[in-house]
Ligand binder design. Structure first.
Ligand code: HEC
Length: 146
């Protein structure tokens, strides 16, 4: 499936039938240089608090209350299923403020906006989602598989 590197116009249609895992696979960096790197985004935006490994032990973590979440346990704590929609919502900022006050983690939506891909966020619901956000979530998912 030559999705990455194909035309943008063809991407939405090609992705439609695949569901989320298909989208995530399509967004794996393939060495073209054009794909946003989830690893680089994570290093820039997340590692200070959550740590390179995602365990919540970054250099800024001790100054943050509550402590940054351990991102390596997200799937394990969710019945073995990586909660990708929750993660993307949290990072983008949709779930900010829920439960009152928001917490210390910033919203990254404005930094991640750009070209979108369609992600199946619920059965049959395809939501245009920034590529950079999807790449970031995909990297966070990998953190739990080491
Ligand atoms: C300023 C420190 C800080 C930065 C930077 C930060 N986070 Fe967080 N993050 C937190 C804290 C603290 C929590 C736990 C409290 C909360 O949920 O708000 C958290 C919670 C989360 C959660 C929720 C975990 C769960 O159990 O549902 C996810 C997912 C997450 N962060 C991912 C990221 C990603 C990805 C980035 C980079 C784009 C990032 N964070 C950047 C501090 C930070």
């Amino acid at each position: 499936m030559a999705m990455r590197g194909g035309t943008k116009a063809g991407l939405a249609g090609a992705v439609g039938g695949l569901g989320l895992l298909g989208v995530l696979a399509a967004c794996m960096p393939q060495g073209t240089g054009a794909a946003p790197s989830g690893r680089a985004l994570y290093a820039d935006y997340c590692a200070a608090c959550h740590g390179d490994s995602g365990k919540g032990d970054g250099p800024a973590a001790s100054g943050v209350s509550p402590r940054p979440a351990d991102l390596t346990m997200l799937a394990a704590r969710n019945g073995g299923v990586f909660p990708v929609v929750r993660v993307m919502g949290k990072v983008y900022g949709y779930s900010q403020g829920k439960g009152g006050g928001g917490g210390p983690m910033p919203e990254f939506g404005p930094l991640l906006d750009g070209p979108t891909v369609l992600v199946e966020t619920a059965p049959g619901i395809l939501t245009p989602t920034p590529e950079r956000l999807v790449a970031l979530a995909e990297h966070v998912e990998r953190l739990g598989k080491r």
